[in-house]
Write a protein that binds this ligand. Structure first.
Ligand SMILES: Cc1cc2nc3c(=O)[nH]c(=O)nc-3n(C[C@H](O)[C@H](O)[C@H](O)COP(=O)(O)O)c2cc1C
Length: 368
């Protein structure tokens, strides 16, 4: 998928309604955090890391885990067909499953396809060979390679019955591991199917529904419409609803939990820029003092840690390419960020990249 098209650096997301209202009224007091049950698995705090292709690899998950505060981490989306092809051709696993076997739990693996047999087979294999805490099915990806070309991801939101059929098969093959589903509001504004899809998912045995409150047509444009959560929640009898979209700060996470009928919140892009966000949100939810933003020096250290882990997982070239993306997200909003982006984007080796990072954060330290 083309990440750059999904991920505009110039347009930070905003969560509609929630946080401003909360800050203005109650001074931001946090709700009591409740755990979320995914079948037999208890998730606490109710804060979920959104799966993000190209970002939520093993190295990044390790960083998040060290910083703390995430209830459930999740891999990038793993293609069921890709899994089977790699298995047949090379007797190995997709790169996106790297680290999963030995990583601490709870951890979810996300899979996608539109063929119940293949999706079910891969679900069974992953459960057997990787033992994740839960499996998530992707019904939310709006990228054309996934929707138009192979009729998967958010394309399937036009067909709630098909979503139910796929989910029922995965539930059957993955049992007793809980199966969740990640959806969007619908295919377009005039085809909002999330309430009906949520009911179908529950009926099919899903253990939770994650909803990114945009349509597929919106991709990442506009704002997430959290007001839609109420009609989705109304269709669920037993299973939890997790809201997702545009949460940028711990205040917004706490506000979303308080203002909307969701059992948990899922955070994506903001966690790439500020992976300490989960630790802040979880402290807020527990009524503990919220940790301050890390100093420039601490942020530099986090980036270097990430760099070390990426180098363990990927070859030097891939590690540099990935680091460029993380650095560009980390420095967002800071003076000099534009120049740093220019420098890291041109860096072809890790040494040059780290020199640029060092220069940026040491200048930032002096100005704080
Ligand atoms: C670069 C990128 C990659 C993504 N990859 C996935 C993915 O693999 N699976 C998925 O369900 N959603 C994926 N998403 C969507 C996110 O999980 C999330 O729903 C979306 O970014 C909205 O949440 P946010 O506003 O907190 O970022 C991706 C989003 C981005 C920006």
């Amino acid at each position: 998928m083309s990440e750059s098209s999904l991920f505009s650096l110039d347009q930070p997301p905003t969560i509609r309604n929630a946080a401003e209202h909360e800050r203005g009224s109650s001074g931001g007091t946090a709700p009591a955090a409740r755990s979320v049950r995914l079948g037999g698995v208890t998730i606490f705090p109710p804060l979920f890391q959104a799966p993000m292709a190209g970002y939520t690899n093993y190295a990044f998950r390790r960083l998040l885990r060290e910083l703390g505060g995430v209830g459930l981490l999740c891999t990038e989306m793993v293609s069921a067909r890709g899994f089977l092809e790699i298995d047949a051709r090379k007797q190995s696993y997709p790169e996106r499953l790297w680290g999963v076997r030995d990583e601490p739990r709870p951890l979810a693996v996300q899979i996608w396809d539109n063929e119940p047999g293949k999706l079910g087979e891969v679900a069974a294999r992953i459960v057997e060979e990787f033992r994740p805490s839960s499996l998530d099915i992707n019904f939310g990806c709006p990228a054309e390679e996934i929707t138009h070309r192979v009729s998967c991801g958010a394309f399937l939101l036009q067909f709630p019955d098909k979503v139910g059929e796929l989910t029922a098969e995965v539930v059957r093959r993955a049992a007793p591991v809980p199966v969740t589903a990640k959806i969007r509001l619908g295919w377009t504004d005039s085809a909002i199917t999330a309430p009906e899809t949520a009911a179908v998912l529950e009926q099919a045995g899903a253990a939770a529904v994650f909803v990114h409150a945009r349509t597929a047509q919106q991709k990442y444009r506009g704002t997430a419409d959290w007001d839609r959560m109420a009609e989705i929640k109304a269709r669920l009898r037993r299973i939890p609803l997790i809201g997702n979209g545009d949460i940028r700060t711990w205040e917004e996470a706490a506000a979303a939990l308080r203002r909307f009928p969701v059992d948990g919140v899922m955070i994506g892009r903001a966690a790439i820029s500020r992976p300490w966000l989960f630790a802040q949100a979880s402290a807020a939810l527990a009524g503990r003092p919220v940790p301050a933003e890390p100093s420039p020096e601490e942020q530099r250290e986090l980036l270097l840690d990430l760099c070390r882990s990426l180098t363990e997982q990927f070859d030097a070239h891939r590690a540099v390419i990935l680091m460029r993306k993380y650095v560009c997200r980390f420095c967002l909003g800071r003076p000099g960020a534009k120049l740093l982006r220019t420098h890291v984007s041109a860096a072809s080796d890790m040494k040059t990249l780290i020199r640029a990072v060092d220069a940026f954060y040491s200048a930032a330290d002096k100005t704080e």
